[in-house]
Design a protein around this ligand. Structure first.
Ligand SMILES: [Zn+2]
Length: 399
């Protein structure tokens, strides 16, 4: 994991990163989504920008017009954390409903507040946003609002991860509130925007196995309402013996869910090799495989699709700079890579921007889309539909 100054590599991509380059240069590495278990000495992150442009859905608005050059072609996103999609306008709605007093009461000021200053401030901001998200309505709105945003970038299908374990244990939010909210959001996103959303809860790396098993059981109960898998995220370096989650994984598998853990980001090659014991249906990140030709060959043999998030990788400094991103090496080895945002509100990005960046790294929109079709945890009918959309846009043989 190089620690070189990220600014150097970002310069060629200044059009995409705009003023985020300076912020990314100052960013720290390794921040993940579970404060109660993360090791802050390793926790790092980039920071958000352009937050005010995030749409607030909620009330049946038509999707905003497509405007970016990349928008006309269809996209699939398999790696995005629901909590990382919360833009200021959505946050304000949640705060008003819940009587939460935020440090600012308008989009402009909140956007300023999102600005990265230092890591402590960043953690404070993350706690503010996730702590404001408390009710079934909040989880529902988060799904709807992100579907609307992603639709504006041409998305057809989104698979989002969310992290209910600590919210239940530490904040007392009932599992049904979170799962019902997500499930209702999935229904509404399809009705309002024609976006197919599927979701999966995440276990916490290094967290108590019994809580992971409880989470897996809840996920299985919602299988008919759009919950399609089980993730594992958090501090990958603190994952410990991954076999402690074997039972949770078995519960999910027996319940018909897929397994797509975070591995091969900060945790490197070892993390990927360890989770292969679960025969995962995909990997969130997985980019560390680029340093091991044998492992890449194994992923190719398995047909494993990686869910790669370029800007996030630079923001966390898992990749020292964008010019050194391993996407070209993965592509050369034949590893399938789909493209996502990870935490768009926090990494100052959008799905359109990530697809553009991936294209500059050698992953064509058609290739990213097809990897999304093949790696999605959806049922066969949805996959067929996505395939047809892709063929209409890119032809029968995507590059
Ligand atoms: Zn992630």
């Amino acid at each position: 994991m190089a620690r070189a100054d990220a600014e150097h590599g970002i310069r060629p991509f200044a059009r995409l990163f705009k003023d985020a380059a300076e912020q990314l240069r100052n960013a720290d590495k390794g921040f993940r989504h579970e404060f109660h278990t993360s090791d802050s000495s390793r926790s790092r992150s980039a920071h958000p920008d352009r937050l005010a442009e995030g749409p607030s859905g909620g009330s049946g608005d038509a999707p905003p017009p497509r405007s970016r050059p990349s928008d006309p072609y269809p996209k699939i996103e398999l790696h995005v954390h629901l909590e990382g999609t919360i833009r200021p306008r959505t946050l304000l709605d949640m705060a008003r409903r819940n009587g939460v007093v935020l440090p600012a009461d308008n989009v402009e000021a909140l956007s300023e507040m999102y600005q990265y200053r230092d890591f402590d401030h960043f953690l404070e901001m993350w706690r503010t946003t996730t702590g404001t998200m408390r009710t079934e309505d909040d989880f529902r709105q988060a799904v709807i609002d992100y579907a609307r945003e992603a639709k504006s970038h041409g998305v057809e299908y989104v698979e989002t991860t969310f992290s209910p374990i600590n919210r239940n244990k530490w904040d007392g939010i009932p599992y049904p509130a979170m799962f019902n909210g997500v499930a209702d959001g999935i229904t509404a996103a399809a009705e309002r925007y024609g976006v197919t959303v599927r979701a999966m809860p995440s276990m916490i790396w290094g967290g108590p196995p019994d809580l992971a098993e409880e989470c897996a059981k809840w996920a299985v109960r919602y299988r008919e309402r759009g919950i399609v898998g089980l993730d594992a995220s958090g501090n990958e370096l603190g994952r410990g013996d991954v076999s402690q989650f074997d039972r949770a994984v078995a519960i999910a598998r027996d319940g018909g869910l897929g397994i797509v853990p975070h591995a091969g980001e900060a945790g490197g090659i070892d993390a990927i090799r360890e989770v292969l014991r679960w025969n995962p249906d995909g990997l969130q990140h997985g980019i560390a495989a680029a340093g091991d030709p044998a492992l890449m060959a194994e992923l190719v043999d398995r047909g494993t699709v990686l869910r790669v998030t370029p800007t996030s990788n630079v923001g966390t400094r898992v990749v020292a700079d964008i010019a050194e991103h391993p996407l070209p090496r993965l592509r050369e080895a034949g590893v399938r890579c789909s493209i996502g945002t990870d935490d768009p509100a926090l990494f100052n990005t959008t799905l359109g921007q990530e697809y553009e960046l991936a294209e500059q790294l050698g992953i064509s929109p058609a290739s990213a889309y097809q990897a999304g079709v093949d790696g999605a945890l959806c049922d066969d009918a949805v996959r067929q539909q996505l395939q047809e959309v892709g063929e209409a846009a890119f032809g029968d043989h995507p590059a």
